[in-house]
Write a protein that binds this ligand. Sequence first.
Ligand code: FDA
Length: 405
Amino acid sequence: MPTALPPSPLHFDAAILGAGAAGLFCAGIAGQRGLKVLVIDHAEKLAEKIRISGGGRCNFTNRDATPAQFLSANPHFCRSALARYTPADFIALVRRHGIGFHEKHKGQLFCDDSAEQIIDLLVAECEAGGVQRWQPCSLAAARAVEGGFELDTSAGPVRCTQFVVASGGLSIPKIGATDIGHRLARQYGHAIVPPRPALVPLTFDASLWAPFVPLAGASLPVQVATGSGKAAGRFDEDLLFTHRGLSGPAVLQISSFWQPGQPLRLNLLPADDIAEQLRQAKAGSRRQLGNALAGLLPQRLADAWLARLDLDATRPLPEVRDKDLQRLADSLARWEITPTGTEGWRKAEVTAGGVDTRELDSRSMASQRQPGLYFIGEVVDVTGWLGGYNFQWAWASAAACAQSL
Ligand code: FDA
């Protein structure tokens, strides 16, 4: 009897690496366009980053997203995809799935109930497109062959005409983040914009930070800025003191702009002319300086700040020299402090840098080096501000790719 030929590897029109936001969204659209689609992911749990996003409620888009809220070495690259799949498109999909949502702050939209609803939406869209999902399944190697790619997966060999890399960034390795996307890009000759943690708390030298450690947990609205010229960033958001440094939305936002060695410039009372306020208070009351300042700042911060400047918190306001009030006001309005580092990949919400977009087609996310290869989502050098922008990039880049597969 002749020996049976080994079974031919399974063939798909498109194989997608990564069952996260971008991979699942791309798979659903491509499947519903009639393509035979496979998604593989090595993680035990599906779309863990979506599950933990937005404090468990997933800030799934930002109503006001424009290219201005994205950082990239090639700033215009994101325009086309963002224009063709907009926040309104994703909001309409969320509505079609009956998911309740609300706006929290500056256009940021969150699920009323749970981030799981966004995962359910993506799974339902994949099911509607007959998408096959292998998980946990790892990829050992990918080879370009005639007419497509051959993938060695832990579930066996696979052939695909098109190969979409949607394996995300490097943040939070313990839930499955790896550099496989960057390695695949390099394999096909792509440049990588050096990846760095972004939307991440900033840390300081322990001796420099020691006076601020007792402030851990204190929070206040501030203005924060760093850098200059085109590389400058400035945000009006809340600041949070931590045991090791600074966090809160203000610092997460500015961290994406911060470069090692650069100082942060903080205004701790951006809404007030504090020198003027204290001078007026001085005229009409015998309040102590510490109490007056605590009316404007969290008490602990007011106390620590006066101690830093060697000003007596118990001194009645009328006895405080105008010169000292001005020094106090200036120090609050222009606090410059230089971080020594970040909390790293363990705490970063996203990765800045990634696959250099100058070798990708902005309409389709296709590689200009290897036919049939695509990169979408966070693996690409497009990084959104905090506030739903990163998911909007995942949806928009996935839709651009799926339409052209
Ligand atoms: P994503 O990371 O979602 O998916 C990549 C997938 O690839 C993962 O499932 C991973 O397991 C898989 N993978 C990786 N390596 C692999 C390998 N070697 N083999 C096989 N599979 C592999 N954004 C936002 O807009 N609003 C928000 O509220 C938040 N909140 C938030 C909170 C926290 C704590 C984090 C860490 C991040 C956010 N984000 C966010 C950012 C957002 O989660 C992120 O930008 C998107 O998930 C990116 O989508 P991707 O599909 O590109 O990657």
